[in-house]
Design a protein around this ligand. Structure first.
Ligand SMILES: [Ca+2]
Ligand SMILES: [Ca+2]
Length: 279
């Protein structure tokens, strides 16, 4: 099948999948992120998105959600760290807008150990976080602190704020692969229904987003990667699920994966449609 024919086929599927798209109910969990390693030693975070609450009476600070793993998950002597993957974003009722750290709110992530106090702040994009050693039994159960900062000496504005992070492990024997991106959605002063809606939007969009070439938009570039792997049945975690084209991670690139692209066609992170195909 040529790419053009396949694309026509794809447009038909897209029409049907959009018509059939179901909307589930809100699903808010406020517990720790469970973490484990998969067969390829990649860090798996059990929930891709969790909610958290911030209050002025607690200085816009929280230590929830935390992280937890079983014993023997990580090599003893290694450390687990995190990276901030993007600027903080704020819910706009349809998606999330990027915040400018020079004139809008930022978030400080901190950890106090017996010997050290370490912090990392959100900025305009990627920020390397910090590492905390694995416990003597190979587990990693930690609660980082999260503080929402206003501009200058002002309190932060009410809103629903989004933090995107990943986890990594310093072990190189075995080599451990970074987690997928995951999200914490902080609510400061907004109705709980709005918080539910924002978390639900992440679950329906970012957590499922088949952004194969990772530019924040689902478009023909992503479709082309899927087309180049079409009907490949040897996808596994060792080849990164056929370069991501096996979106469902069931071993093959087929109609199920094509439907995932179709149902997210032209979606972007701010909830709007792609403005320009060169973006
Ligand atoms: Ca893309
Ligand atoms: Ca698949």
């Amino acid at each position: 099948m040529t790419i053009l024919k396949m694309f026509m086929f794809f447009l038909i599927i897209m029409t049907f999948s959009l018509l059939a798209r179901a909307h589930g109910g809100p699903n808010l969990h406020e517990a720790d992120f469970g973490i484990e390693l998969d067969d390829c030693n990649k860090i798996q975070v059990e929930s891709r998105v969790l909610g958290s609450e911030l209050n002025a009476s607690n200085f816009f600070w929280t230590a929830e959600p935390g992280f937890d793993s079983h014993a023997d998950t990580f090599p003893i002597g290694s450390s687990v760290g995190f990276n901030i993957l993007d600027a903080m974003r704020k819910w706009n009722d349809n998606g999330f807008d990027v915040l400018d750290p020079n004139i809008e709110e930022t978030l400080t992530i901190s950890f106090l150990s017996s010997t050290d106090f370490v912090t990392s702040d959100t900025n305009t994009g990627f920020v390397a976080g910090f590492e905390i050693p694995v416990a003597g039994d190979g587990s990693w159960h930690k609660h980082l602190g999260y503080m929402l900062n206003g501009v200058g000496h002002n309190d932060p504005g009410k809103g629903i704020y989004l933090l995107e992070i990943e986890l990594y492990c310093t072990s190189n024997d075995p080599n451990i692969v970074n987690s997928k991106p995951f999200w914490i959605v902080f609510n400061f002063g907004m109705p709980e229904q709005d918080h539910h809606n924002a978390i639900h939007w992440i679950e329906e969009n970012l957590a499922q987003l088949p952004d194969l070439e990772q530019d924040g938009y689902i478009d023909f570039k992503d479709f082309s990667i899927l087309a180049s792997q079409w009907l490949n049945t040897s996808c596994d975690c060792w080849n990164n699920w056929c370069d991501g084209a096996d979106i469902t991670e069931n071993g093959g690139v087929d109609l199920l994966d094509l439907t995932k692209i179709a149902s997210n066609w032209l979606k972007s992170l701010d909830g709007g449609e792609e403005k320009n195909s060169s973006n």
